[in-house]
Design a protein around this ligand. Structure first.
Ligand code: SF4
Length: 169
């Protein structure tokens, strides 16, 4: 898996001060995508044990100041990203069980839960922002998402429900 960047102390992508990992690879092709270069799964650098350790050590260094981890892209649920992210998140949760994990995907909740591999990945996360960016529904006033079709979903509650439950701050 390749990644295009890691933003330490990010305050935009989720609640609180976070670490945001931007992975490469996306085939949704949204018009006016904010991050076109990350469509290519080979864009950026390889995400290795070194980066995993750097992220975990950053959390340990700053303690509760850093609230959680955010996974963006590209699309973290792009096929070749799933196995490395599942492995990383298992390690992350073992070391830092009290931090929340947010994930963005161009797939909808309904599409993700039908796919065993994607479901395994989001089950390790707390909040999902789902769906493609749709230019015609763009709204700059929305938090954490670019267009009004995208939803901010409480994953744990939704897994126990027949319909996705929206996250309430
Ligand atoms: S899902 Fe995100 S990264 Fe992929 S094309 Fe759409 S806006 Fe761009």
């Amino acid at each position: 898996m390749n990644y295009s960047g890691i933003k330490y102390a990010d305050m935009i992508n989720g609640i609180g001060i976070r670490v945001s990992l931007f992975v490469s690879g996306c085939n949704h092709g949204c018009k006016n995508c904010f991050n076109v270069e990350t469509w290519n799964p080979n864009y950026g650098e390889e995400f290795t044990q070194k980066q995993e350790d750097e992220i975990i050590n950053f959390f340990k260094k700053y303690g509760q100041t850093i609230r959680g981890l955010s996974l963006l892209g590209g699309d973290p649920t792009y096929p070749q990203n799933i196995i490395p992210l599942v492995s990383f998140l298992k390690k992350f949760k073992k070391e830092l069980p009290d931090r929340d994990i947010w994930i963005w995907s161009g797939f909808t909740w309904e599409e993700i839960i039908k796919d065993e591999n994607r479901k395994e990945l989001i089950e390790l996360c707390d909040i999902l922002i789902d769906g493609k960016f749709k230019e015609e529904l763009k709204n700059l006033n929305l938090k954490w998402r670019g267009s009004s079709n995208q939803r901010v979903i409480d994953i744990k509650k939704s897994l126990n429900s027949s319909t996705p439950i929206l996250f309430v701050e």
